[in-house]
Design a binder for this molecule. Sequence first.
Ligand SMILES: C[S@@+](CC[C@H](N)C(=O)[O-])C[C@H]1O[C@@H](n2cnc3c(N)ncnc32)[C@H](O)[C@@H]1O
Length: 250
Amino acid sequence: MRWTKQVLMRANALVRKSAFSNRTFIRLLFGVEPLASATVQSYCEWSTILQRFILGRHMPRGARVLDLGAGAHAMLAIHVKKRFPDAVVLATDIVPERIEYAMRTVDRNGADVRCLVADVFERVAGRFDLILFDPPAIPTEDLASLGFEPKACEGLGERRCWSGDGGDDGLNVIRHFLAGAGERLTDRGRAIMCVNPLHCGRERLSALCHGAGLEVCRVHSLPGIVNAYVLANASGRLRRRPWLARISHR
Ligand SMILES: C[S@@+](CC[C@H](N)C(=O)[O-])C[C@H]1O[C@@H](n2cnc3c(N)ncnc32)[C@H](O)[C@@H]1O
């Protein structure tokens, strides 16, 4: 891994450790009362903060919302339910302990958010108007050079970091997500997927989305830190607006 990338990743870890593990910061930003925990490293990510500020622009009334990979604190899911009480919110994560913890935080906040252990869309029923996902996207080798040891999760195997490890090229979970996302979006549905540009640039990401039948409608950016890709089902949009298909063939 290049040294600049390593320095940026270490600086990022420092910020996350100070601000993002501060409960007052979390209360003010998300309106969520987090549980105190000895094992907590941070309550949120840069991507969580970016999504918190942009999701209002992509949230229709009475939306069905999926916070995929909600993490141990389900910060976004709880925030969405408090801010948009008519939304129906489901929070999922592949790691069972994270969902157990998230359920306790949901209870503590009195939020009506359903929590489910799920690998991407497995065991998740129905379609959604908004899907939020900050997938693991760091190549395994990069994590190894940062000193992350393989960590086992019962029944799931090993990853060097369950929040960050995206496999050999860092894109395994992203590919898995994109392959199923189209079928899980309603006609008006959008998915917001956050990716650090250090791990995957815009062009590569757009090509992956295109290959999965999705189009990138918009990109919100915290420059150099994280890009939030707003995705829609390309076929759905083309069905509703046939003139778009004519333009795209020119
Ligand atoms: C970068 S963290 C983001 C956590 C949270 N959304 C936030 O904003 O703080 C990624 C999360 O995705 C979860 N995850 C990883 N692989 C997954 C998969 N295949 N299916 C569902 N969740 C997954 C991880 O356990 C982790 O909690």
